[in-house]
Design a protein around this ligand. Structure first.
Ligand SMILES: *Cc1c(COP(=O)(O)O)cnc(C)c1O
Length: 357
């Protein structure tokens, strides 16, 4: 069976975990501190703050920027639910703008029309490993004095004009096993702003800077040293993983016919957390079944845009976002992870080309 995603764990990760277990220091400690330092340097920022997940990284980042009750945050609905649930957690309201279906990312030409006197931030999502047009986002943010929080949970190492994501606004990353690198569970906030870094560290740890002096309402969003040890080992391999994903994507894109292949605009480094094609909607589910019959797992990310999810309908959302809704009916993500070999890729291509001819 060719799996749609599968982490690549080696001796380095196993030994690193054993070392932590034998040290007896399991909770957030020195491994987390080293992981933060190395991840900050990888992203080209001054500070990184590790958390228990990508979701808690987003939640913490929003709180660190004082986003809360009555505030609006502009984002997109074609993503994993955590991107916008984090906004709900802090009492703010996600305002959904549509995507550009060619990139699956925020249609930046739609941002300004969504700005009101309540807008506090823009939360672009670098979906599937492709950066959002950050020149446009940062320009609009400057013009309207808005904060920018990047959901980079699928985009470790993705670049926009030579600059890594997570270094434009405040970045939020996930290390869930399906991402470009993993720590089991885990997350990271990246920033150049020392105050945001300090506030994030406090929020992660029950609002305390000095042990048992609680200045603010915080949470337990800590990462453990066990997870950090896995993350550290994975970080040394990330560029190798990313280049294999990119090579696999090139192979697909050179050989797939009659489906819409992912676009990689000039000046962007796409790191292909997912390789997502668009298939005529009447063929999509049939192709997924056909691949399964051939022992190939593929998946639909995402079958229901967030504004159509029951919880959001219950919250009163009633918007029509045609590109997001069309994308959810046309997309199919093919196996792209670094464990895939050329034989697997050929097999996938053969089945897709045969079915969509
Ligand atoms: C994975 C993911 C998250 C959440 O990360 P977790 O570590 O699973 O909490 C948020 N946003 C996007 C776009 C993701 O893909």
């Amino acid at each position: 069976m060719i799996q749609v995603s599968r982490p690549l764990i080696g001796e380095e990760e196993k030994n690193a975990v054993l070392e932590v277990l034998e040290s007896g220091m399991l909770a957030q400690g020195s491994k987390v501190a080293i992981f933060e330092k190395k991840f900050a340097s990888y992203c080209g920022v001054r500070y990184a703050i590790a958390t228990s997940s990508g979701t808690t990284a987003l939640h913490t980042a929003l709180l660190a920027h004082n986003i809360g009750n009555g505030d609006e945050v502009i984002t997109t609905p074609f993503t994993f639910i955590a991107s916008s649930n984090a906004i709900i957690y802090v009492g703010a309201r996600p305002i959904f703008v549509d995507i550009d279906i060619d990139t699956f990312n925020m249609d930046v030409s739609k941002i300004e029309a969504a700005i009101t006197h309540k807008t506090k931030a823009i939360l672009p999502i670098h979906l599937f490993g492709l950066a959002v047009n950050m020149d446009a986002v940062m320009e609009i943010a400057r013009k309207h004095s808005l904060l920018v929080i990047e959901d980079a949970c699928q985009a470790h190492g993705a670049e926009y004009k030579g600059r890594r994501v997570g270094s434009f606004g405040t970045g939020c990353f996930s290390f869930y096993p399906t991402k470009n690198m993993t720590s089991g569970e885990g997350g990271m906030i990246t920033t150049d702003n020392p105050e945001i870094a300090e506030r994030s560290r406090m929020i992660r740890q029950h609002g305390m800077k000095v042990r048992y002096y609680h200045e603010d309402l915080g949470f337990n969003f800590r990462m453990t040293d066990v997870h950090a040890a896995i993350g550290l080992a994975q970080l040394t391999k990330l560029e190798n993983f990313n280049s294999r994903r990119i090579m696999n994507a090139e192979y697909y894109s050179n050989n797939l016919r009659n489906v819409k292949i992912p676009s990689v605009p000039e000046g962007y480094r796409h790191v292909f957390n997912q390789y997502t094609i668009r298939v005529p909607l009447e063929l999509r589910d049939g192709l997924l079944e056909k691949l399964k019959e051939n022992d190939i797992c593929s998946d639909v990310y995402y079958p229901i845009p967030i504004h159509k999810q029951k919880i959001y309908l219950d919250l009163g959302y009633d918007v029509y976002l045609p590109q997001s809704e069309l994308a959810s009916r046309e997309v199919l993500s093919l196996p792209i992870h670094p464990r895939i070999n050329e034989i697997d890729l050929k097999k996938v291509i053969e089945v897709v080309n045969e079915f969509c001819k």
